[in-house]
Ligand binder design. Sequence first.
Ligand SMILES: C[S@@+](CC[C@H](N)C(=O)[O-])C[C@H]1O[C@@H](n2cnc3c(N)ncnc32)[C@H](O)[C@@H]1O
Length: 298
Amino acid sequence: MSVLSFPERGRWGKASWRGNCSGHVYKAIFEQLRPKFFIDPMVGSGTSVEVAREMGIECLGLDLHSGFNILADSVLERAGREADLVLSHPPYHSMVVYSGKQYPGVHADDLSRCESVDEFYEKLHVALLNQRNATCGDGHYGMIMGDMRKDGAYHCFSAEMMSRMPRSELAAVLIKTQHNMVSGRTAYTAMKYPFILHEYIVLWKKSRRIASMLASLGDMAWTAQRRLTGTWKAVVHAAFIETGKRRVDLADLYRAVSTCAPGKAAINENWKAKVRQTLQLDSRYRNVQPGIWELAGV
Ligand SMILES: C[S@@+](CC[C@H](N)C(=O)[O-])C[C@H]1O[C@@H](n2cnc3c(N)ncnc32)[C@H](O)[C@@H]1O
Protein backbone atom coordinates (compact mmCIF):
# COMPACT_ATOMS: atom_id res chain seq x y z
CA MET A 1 0.00 0.00 0.00
CA SER A 2 1.38 3.41 -0.88
CA VAL A 3 -0.45 5.22 1.95
CA LEU A 4 0.55 4.47 5.54
CA SER A 5 -1.40 5.64 8.57
CA PHE A 6 -0.56 4.48 12.08
CA PRO A 7 -2.16 6.55 14.86
CA GLU A 8 -0.19 4.56 17.47
CA ARG A 9 3.60 4.80 17.48
CA GLY A 10 4.05 1.43 19.17
CA ARG A 11 6.49 0.35 21.88
CA TRP A 12 9.69 1.12 19.94
CA GLY A 13 11.93 4.18 20.37
CA LYS A 14 10.93 7.13 22.51
CA ALA A 15 7.70 9.12 22.28
CA SER A 16 9.56 11.98 24.01
CA TRP A 17 12.04 12.28 21.08
CA ARG A 18 10.64 15.17 19.07
CA GLY A 19 9.91 14.27 15.47
CA ASN A 20 10.08 10.53 16.17
CA CYS A 21 8.48 8.09 13.76
CA SER A 22 6.00 5.33 14.53
CA GLY A 23 7.68 1.93 14.66
CA HIS A 24 4.78 0.52 12.65
CA VAL A 25 6.07 2.47 9.63
CA TYR A 26 9.43 0.69 9.79
CA LYS A 27 7.69 -2.63 10.37
CA ALA A 28 5.62 -2.14 7.20
CA ILE A 29 8.73 -1.20 5.18
CA PHE A 30 10.75 -4.16 6.50
CA GLU A 31 7.89 -6.55 5.77
CA GLN A 32 7.78 -5.25 2.21
CA LEU A 33 11.52 -5.09 1.45
CA ARG A 34 12.75 -7.93 3.70
CA PRO A 35 16.26 -6.50 4.24
CA LYS A 36 19.00 -8.72 5.65
CA PHE A 37 21.16 -5.83 6.84
CA PHE A 38 19.60 -2.45 7.63
CA ILE A 39 21.30 0.87 8.47
CA ASP A 40 19.65 4.00 9.87
CA PRO A 41 22.28 6.78 9.81
CA MET A 42 20.04 9.27 11.71
CA VAL A 43 18.51 6.91 14.20
CA GLY A 44 17.28 9.46 16.79
CA SER A 45 15.67 7.58 19.68
CA GLY A 46 16.30 4.22 18.00
CA THR A 47 12.79 3.35 16.77
CA SER A 48 13.92 1.77 13.48
CA VAL A 49 16.64 -0.45 14.94
CA GLU A 50 14.44 -1.65 17.79
CA VAL A 51 11.86 -2.81 15.24
CA ALA A 52 14.58 -4.40 13.08
CA ARG A 53 16.06 -6.33 16.02
CA GLU A 54 12.64 -7.59 17.02
CA MET A 55 12.15 -8.86 13.46
CA GLY A 56 15.54 -10.59 13.50
CA ILE A 57 17.08 -8.16 10.99
CA GLU A 58 20.74 -7.33 11.47
CA CYS A 59 21.00 -3.56 11.85
CA LEU A 60 23.11 -0.54 12.67
CA GLY A 61 21.88 2.77 14.07
CA LEU A 62 24.08 5.88 13.83
CA ASP A 63 23.43 9.50 14.76
CA LEU A 64 25.11 12.83 15.38
CA HIS A 65 24.16 12.48 19.06
CA SER A 66 26.47 9.48 19.39
CA GLY A 67 29.41 10.70 17.32
CA PHE A 68 28.45 9.88 13.73
CA ASN A 69 28.19 12.79 11.29
CA ILE A 70 26.70 11.89 7.91
CA LEU A 71 28.30 15.01 6.40
CA ALA A 72 31.80 13.95 7.46
CA ASP A 73 31.87 10.20 8.09
CA SER A 74 31.34 7.40 5.59
CA VAL A 75 28.31 5.23 6.41
CA LEU A 76 29.96 2.37 4.53
CA GLU A 77 33.17 2.63 6.54
CA ARG A 78 31.25 2.65 9.83
CA ALA A 79 29.17 -0.35 8.80
CA GLY A 80 32.12 -2.30 7.41
CA ARG A 81 30.02 -3.61 4.51
CA GLU A 82 27.15 -2.64 2.27
CA ALA A 83 23.57 -2.97 3.47
CA ASP A 84 20.52 -3.83 1.43
CA LEU A 85 18.48 -1.06 3.09
CA VAL A 86 19.87 2.32 4.22
CA LEU A 87 16.91 4.41 5.35
CA SER A 88 17.17 7.72 7.19
CA HIS A 89 14.68 10.02 8.87
CA PRO A 90 16.45 13.38 8.69
CA PRO A 91 15.23 16.57 10.38
CA TYR A 92 12.75 18.52 8.26
CA HIS A 93 15.03 21.54 7.97
CA SER A 94 14.58 23.59 11.19
CA MET A 95 11.09 22.38 12.14
CA VAL A 96 12.53 20.50 15.11
CA VAL A 97 16.06 21.44 16.21
CA TYR A 98 18.15 18.57 17.57
CA SER A 99 21.72 19.37 18.68
CA GLY A 100 21.74 21.73 21.64
CA LYS A 101 18.02 21.10 22.27
CA GLN A 102 17.23 17.41 22.19
CA TYR A 103 20.78 16.64 23.36
CA PRO A 104 23.62 18.86 24.62
CA GLY A 105 26.09 20.64 22.33
CA VAL A 106 25.21 22.64 19.23
CA HIS A 107 26.71 20.94 16.14
CA ALA A 108 27.42 22.93 12.95
CA ASP A 109 26.60 19.91 10.76
CA ASP A 110 23.27 19.24 12.43
CA LEU A 111 20.84 19.13 9.50
CA SER A 112 18.25 20.88 11.66
CA ARG A 113 20.54 23.88 12.02
CA CYS A 114 20.86 24.92 8.36
CA GLU A 115 20.69 28.67 7.82
CA SER A 116 18.77 28.43 4.55
CA VAL A 117 16.72 26.00 2.52
CA ASP A 118 19.47 25.86 -0.12
CA GLU A 119 22.03 24.87 2.52
CA PHE A 120 19.63 22.15 3.69
CA TYR A 121 19.22 20.85 0.11
CA GLU A 122 22.96 20.63 -0.41
CA LYS A 123 23.54 18.83 2.87
CA LEU A 124 20.59 16.47 2.45
CA HIS A 125 21.89 15.60 -1.00
CA VAL A 126 25.32 14.75 0.47
CA ALA A 127 23.60 12.59 3.10
CA LEU A 128 21.67 10.66 0.44
CA LEU A 129 24.81 10.12 -1.67
CA ASN A 130 26.57 8.83 1.45
CA GLN A 131 23.64 6.46 2.10
CA ARG A 132 23.65 5.34 -1.52
CA ASN A 133 27.35 4.57 -1.30
CA ALA A 134 26.65 2.20 1.60
CA THR A 135 23.91 0.37 -0.31
CA CYS A 136 24.59 -2.80 -2.27
CA GLY A 137 23.58 -3.16 -5.92
CA ASP A 138 19.80 -3.79 -6.16
CA GLY A 139 19.49 -2.71 -2.50
CA HIS A 140 17.38 0.26 -1.38
CA TYR A 141 18.22 3.61 0.15
CA GLY A 142 15.81 6.37 1.06
CA MET A 143 14.41 8.80 3.53
CA ILE A 144 11.32 9.71 5.50
CA MET A 145 10.71 13.40 4.89
CA GLY A 146 8.03 16.04 5.41
CA ASP A 147 7.23 19.33 3.67
CA MET A 148 7.63 22.77 5.22
CA ARG A 149 5.68 25.99 4.84
CA LYS A 150 7.71 28.96 6.04
CA ASP A 151 7.59 32.71 5.42
CA GLY A 152 4.92 32.28 2.75
CA ALA A 153 6.86 29.65 0.76
CA TYR A 154 6.11 25.94 0.46
CA HIS A 155 9.13 23.64 0.40
CA CYS A 156 8.79 20.07 -0.83
CA PHE A 157 12.17 18.66 0.21
CA SER A 158 11.31 15.23 -1.21
CA ALA A 159 10.59 16.63 -4.68
CA GLU A 160 13.95 18.42 -4.70
CA MET A 161 15.80 15.23 -3.72
CA MET A 162 13.90 13.21 -6.32
CA SER A 163 15.14 15.66 -8.93
CA ARG A 164 18.75 15.51 -7.65
CA MET A 165 19.19 11.76 -7.25
CA PRO A 166 19.41 9.42 -10.28
CA ARG A 167 15.94 9.42 -11.81
CA SER A 168 16.30 5.84 -13.01
CA GLU A 169 16.77 4.67 -9.41
CA LEU A 170 13.52 6.06 -7.97
CA ALA A 171 11.66 2.95 -6.80
CA ALA A 172 8.68 4.05 -4.68
CA VAL A 173 7.03 7.05 -3.06
CA LEU A 174 4.77 6.38 -0.08
CA ILE A 175 2.60 8.87 1.75
CA LYS A 176 2.56 8.66 5.52
CA THR A 177 -0.11 10.38 7.59
CA GLN A 178 1.19 12.41 10.52
CA HIS A 179 -0.40 11.90 13.93
CA ASN A 180 0.06 13.42 17.38
CA MET A 181 1.49 16.71 16.12
CA VAL A 182 2.79 18.82 19.02
CA SER A 183 1.28 22.03 17.63
CA GLY A 184 -2.17 20.54 17.02
CA ARG A 185 -4.59 21.95 14.50
CA THR A 186 -6.62 24.53 16.40
CA ALA A 187 -4.30 27.51 15.72
CA TYR A 188 -4.38 26.84 12.00
CA THR A 189 -8.08 27.27 11.28
CA ALA A 190 -7.51 30.78 9.87
CA MET A 191 -4.84 29.55 7.44
CA LYS A 192 -5.45 29.84 3.72
CA TYR A 193 -3.85 26.51 2.90
CA PRO A 194 -4.39 23.16 4.61
CA PHE A 195 -2.28 22.23 7.61
CA ILE A 196 0.37 19.74 6.46
CA LEU A 197 -0.48 16.31 7.79
CA HIS A 198 1.51 14.09 5.46
CA GLU A 199 5.10 12.96 5.03
CA TYR A 200 6.84 11.01 2.29
CA ILE A 201 8.85 7.85 2.32
CA VAL A 202 11.04 8.00 -0.76
CA LEU A 203 12.87 4.85 -1.79
CA TRP A 204 15.52 4.50 -4.46
CA LYS A 205 16.88 1.19 -5.71
CA LYS A 206 20.61 1.30 -6.31
CA SER A 207 21.35 0.31 -9.85
CA ARG A 208 24.22 -2.07 -10.58
CA ARG A 209 24.67 -0.16 -13.83
CA ILE A 210 25.57 3.09 -12.03
CA ALA A 211 28.39 1.65 -9.98
CA SER A 212 30.45 4.67 -8.94
CA MET A 213 29.60 8.07 -7.49
CA LEU A 214 31.08 9.59 -10.67
CA ALA A 215 28.80 7.53 -12.90
CA SER A 216 25.86 8.52 -10.73
CA LEU A 217 26.79 12.20 -11.12
CA GLY A 218 26.98 11.67 -14.89
CA ASP A 219 23.47 10.22 -14.80
CA MET A 220 22.20 13.17 -12.73
CA ALA A 221 23.89 15.73 -15.01
CA TRP A 222 22.28 14.10 -18.04
CA THR A 223 18.84 14.24 -16.36
CA ALA A 224 19.37 17.89 -15.34
CA GLN A 225 20.39 18.81 -18.89
CA ARG A 226 17.29 17.11 -20.31
CA ARG A 227 15.11 18.93 -17.78
CA LEU A 228 16.61 22.29 -18.76
CA THR A 229 16.12 21.62 -22.47
CA GLY A 230 12.56 20.44 -21.76
CA THR A 231 11.84 23.59 -19.76
CA TRP A 232 13.02 25.82 -22.61
CA LYS A 233 10.78 23.88 -25.00
CA ALA A 234 7.80 24.36 -22.66
CA VAL A 235 8.54 28.08 -22.18
CA VAL A 236 8.77 28.73 -25.94
CA HIS A 237 5.59 26.73 -26.58
CA ALA A 238 3.71 28.63 -23.82
CA ALA A 239 4.99 31.94 -25.25
CA PHE A 240 3.71 30.93 -28.69
CA ILE A 241 0.26 30.28 -27.20
CA GLU A 242 0.48 33.61 -25.33
CA THR A 243 0.88 35.58 -28.59
CA GLY A 244 -2.42 34.11 -29.81
CA LYS A 245 -1.10 34.03 -33.37
CA ARG A 246 -0.53 31.29 -35.92
CA ARG A 247 2.65 32.89 -37.18
CA VAL A 248 4.86 34.86 -34.87
CA ASP A 249 7.75 37.18 -35.49
CA LEU A 250 10.71 36.85 -33.18
CA ALA A 251 10.19 40.24 -31.51
CA ASP A 252 6.67 39.19 -30.40
CA LEU A 253 7.96 35.84 -29.25
CA TYR A 254 10.75 37.44 -27.18
CA ARG A 255 8.17 39.71 -25.55
CA ALA A 256 5.95 36.73 -24.71
CA VAL A 257 8.89 34.73 -23.33
CA SER A 258 9.88 37.60 -21.07
CA THR A 259 6.33 37.72 -19.64
CA CYS A 260 5.85 33.94 -19.47
CA ALA A 261 9.24 33.32 -17.90
CA PRO A 262 10.78 36.51 -16.54
CA GLY A 263 13.07 34.57 -14.17
CA LYS A 264 14.42 32.52 -17.04
CA ALA A 265 15.15 35.63 -19.09
CA ALA A 266 16.91 37.21 -16.14
CA ILE A 267 19.23 34.32 -15.30
CA ASN A 268 20.38 33.56 -18.83
CA GLU A 269 21.76 36.64 -20.56
CA ASN A 270 21.80 34.75 -23.86
CA TRP A 271 18.13 33.91 -23.54
CA LYS A 272 17.18 35.24 -26.98
CA ALA A 273 19.75 32.93 -28.57
CA LYS A 274 18.30 30.12 -26.44
CA VAL A 275 14.80 30.87 -27.79
CA ARG A 276 16.11 30.73 -31.40
CA GLN A 277 18.00 27.50 -30.70
CA THR A 278 14.86 25.94 -29.19
CA LEU A 279 12.86 26.88 -32.30
CA GLN A 280 15.53 25.45 -34.60
CA LEU A 281 15.88 22.15 -32.74
CA ASP A 282 12.17 21.46 -32.30
CA SER A 283 10.55 19.97 -35.40
CA ARG A 284 7.16 21.44 -34.42
CA TYR A 285 8.35 24.88 -35.52
CA ARG A 286 8.85 26.03 -39.13
CA ASN A 287 10.90 29.03 -40.12
CA VAL A 288 8.53 30.34 -42.85
CA GLN A 289 10.56 33.48 -43.65
CA PRO A 290 13.46 35.30 -41.97
CA GLY A 291 12.45 36.15 -38.40
CA ILE A 292 8.97 34.55 -38.72
CA TRP A 293 8.13 31.21 -37.11
CA GLU A 294 5.07 29.00 -37.33
CA LEU A 295 3.93 26.33 -34.88
CA ALA A 296 3.04 23.25 -36.94
CA GLY A 297 -0.51 21.97 -36.59
CA VAL A 298 -1.89 25.28 -35.27
C1 LIG B 1 13.77 13.14 12.89
S1 LIG B 1 15.08 12.63 13.95
C2 LIG B 1 15.03 10.87 13.76
C3 LIG B 1 13.92 10.29 14.59
C4 LIG B 1 13.87 8.78 14.61
N1 LIG B 1 13.33 8.24 13.39
C5 LIG B 1 13.05 8.31 15.79
O1 LIG B 1 11.97 7.71 15.59
O2 LIG B 1 13.44 8.57 16.94
C6 LIG B 1 16.48 13.18 13.02
C7 LIG B 1 17.83 12.81 13.59
O3 LIG B 1 18.84 13.24 12.66
C8 LIG B 1 20.01 13.47 13.41
N2 LIG B 1 20.98 14.26 12.61
C9 LIG B 1 20.94 15.58 12.27
N3 LIG B 1 22.04 15.93 11.56
C10 LIG B 1 22.81 14.81 11.46
C11 LIG B 1 24.07 14.53 10.87
N4 LIG B 1 24.79 15.49 10.25
N5 LIG B 1 24.57 13.27 10.95
C12 LIG B 1 23.86 12.28 11.59
N6 LIG B 1 22.67 12.49 12.19
C13 LIG B 1 22.13 13.74 12.12
C14 LIG B 1 19.51 14.19 14.64
O4 LIG B 1 20.44 14.10 15.70
C15 LIG B 1 18.19 13.46 14.92
O5 LIG B 1 18.35 12.47 15.90
